[in-house]
Write a new protein. Structure first.
Length: 523
């Protein structure tokens, strides 16, 4: 792993006050009106999905007694400091809580995109300096965040004392590209068109029209998915653009900042459509995009080929490469072409030279969970898009066959349909953070062939695989034979498992990306 962070533990600092002139008391306004849920509640409920409570802190002025009372009643952590010198408020809060890396948010942005914060945390793993500032470009206004270090925050504390530097916490960092490393990343979960349209969307709350739009968006998206992100908002904009005319005339204060003029090579990563090929390709391409951007490349990720890049990376098994300048990941055309290639998932058609070792690629955050204390008898099951019949069949097999044979006391199932059997903890989906927490604390893991199986082996879990489709059956049986883990059968034909559940003896590492980085250096 590159960089200075092995286990990044950023704090979320949310600056909030009641003294807004355009919309007084806005941070405690209810959204929607009459719900009892304030804007600050929305922010906290999103952050708690990805950060522990002890690393979510509201930074407020010392004189805001009403705000202190609200935060105390909610049992939210807070720190009170200067009303006018916001930067000093951040510095003292960082020293009080021991924060080394700080995600800065503001109390007028209820719909922060928590996935962007997850990926900013990944970016911390690739830092080469402590004097840094990280943020995403091309997100709707009010849905992003920025992250910087305590060292950068406190740097030039006694010299950068202009009012704008005291009011705007990270401005001194972004104004000096020679002293500080300022990373402005493209969000890998948005395509080019979505990033262009994000500039037309304003989701921050400064005026009554902003609040009205926030209510409209919540009624469209919040009921079905309360933690909707930028992609869902942009999709709503594409379907109902007139909705967003509500606050189009509101002007935003902006600063003219220097730009890094160094020319970057443009890389396009094309991945298999998650709806067609599962989320594994997409997930690892997001992490790969972050790593490449942190190494100085400009990266666009998409499901389609784009002709204007300097280099292409194709992570889609069945897609035919368009030319010879593409780096192939898990692509079965590699035998018939001259392209450089890499397999991050084992496959029967590819020679496995070292049967005791395999290099794969996943989020670097996985290393933060390698030494978690597991709970014996707790098992995590990932069922993907299994339908109701197959989900019920899997649950029955888990309960009646595997549980008594392998000592499974508690089952958590992610994916599939809502379980009918009692005492199965169920989630339709989990954030990457919650997934890693679940798998790290579990004794074992069961799923079909894919990225998650390798992640579980990497975390030294007991693993079993099943066949969700005919293709997964073939791949699951191949993987079982290669790395000595039980193949459990298919929902139509479960096998009686062996007497013991094997932990695979294979050694996994995460150095596969070095092959890609070395290839890019040759271009």
């Amino acid at each position: 792993m590159n960089g200075t962070h092995l286990t990044p533990k950023p704090f979320a600092f949310i600056q909030a006050r009641l003294g807004s002139t355009r919309l007084p008391g806005k941070v405690l306004l209810e959204l929607p009106e009459g719900s009892g849920v304030t804007i600050l509640d929305h922010i906290f409920s999103r952050l708690i999905q990805i950060l522990p409570k002890e690393r979510i802190v509201f930074l407020i002025p010392e004189t805001d007694l009403e705000l202190k009372d609200f935060l105390n009643r909610k049992d939210y952590l807070w720190f009170a400091g200067s009303e006018t010198d916001v930067r000093e408020r951040y510095i003292l809060a960082a020293e009080t809580f021991g924060a080394k890396d700080i995600v800065r948010l503001t109390g007028d942005n209820p719909f922060i995109d928590i996935h962007s914060i997850e990926l900013l945390t990944e970016a911390l793993c690739h830092l080469q300096t402590r004097l840094y500032c990280l943020s995403f470009l091309n997100l709707p206004l009010g849905m992003g965040a920025e992250c910087f270090s305590y060292e950068a925050l406190v740097s030039e504390r006694d010299t950068k004392t202009e009012p704008r530097h005291r009011e705007h916490v990270s401005l001194h960092i972004k104004e000096d590209l020679e002293r500080y490393s300022v990373y402005r990343l493209n969000p890998p979960y948005l395509d080019s068109k979505e990033m262009e349209e994000s500039a037309l969307i304003r989701m921050t709350i400064d005026e009554p029209s902003d609040l009205k739009l926030a209510n409209l968006v919540w009624f469209e998206l919040g009921g079905e998915s309360p933690f909707f992100g930028s992609k869902e908002v942009i999709d709503l904009y594409q379907k109902k653009p007139d909705l967003f005319l509500e606050n189009k005339s509101v002007e935003q204060i902006r600063f003219s900042l220097p730009k890094n003029e160094s020319e970057k090579k443009k890389i396009h990563i094309q991945y298999g459509d998650p709806k067609q090929f599962g989320s594994g390709h997409f997930d690892r391409c997001q992490s790969l995009s972050i790593e490449l951007q942190m190494n100085g490349y400009s990266v666009i990720t998409d499901t389609k080929h784009q002709p204007d890049a300097d280099a292409f990376i194709l992570d889609a098994r069945e897609t035919l490469p368009k030319d010879e300048t593409v780096f192939l990941i898990d692509n079965l055309e590699y035998k018939n072409r001259k392209n450089p290639y890499l397999f991050l998932l084992p496959h029967p058609s590819v020679e496995w030279k070292d049967k005791n070792h395999f290099s794969f690629y996943t989020s670097p955050l996985i290393d933060s969970y390698r030494n978690e204390k597991e709970v014996v008898g707790d098992w995590l099951v990932y069922a993907g898009a299994l339908d109701e019949v197959f989900s019920d069949s899997l649950d029955l097999y888990l309960k009646e066959v595997l549980s008594p044979k392998w000592g499974i006391n508690h089952i958590t199932r992610v994916g599939g349909t809502n379980p009918k059997l009692p005492n199965i903890r169920y989630y339709p989906r989990l954030t990457k953070t919650d997934y890693m927490k679940c798998i790290s604390k579990s004794e074992g893991f069961i799923s079909y062939f894919g990225q998650s199986v390798l992640e579980a082996i990497y975390l030294k879990k007991k693993v079993g695989v099943f066949g969700m489709t005919e293709i997964h059956k073939e791949l699951g049986m191949f993987l079982s034979k290669k790395i000595e883990i039980p193949y459990l059968g298919e929902p139509k034909n479960w096998f009686l498992p062996p007497d013991t559940c094997l932990s695979s003896p294979i050694r996994l590492d995460r150095n596969a990306q070095n092959v890609i980085l070395n290839w890019l250096k040759t271009l």
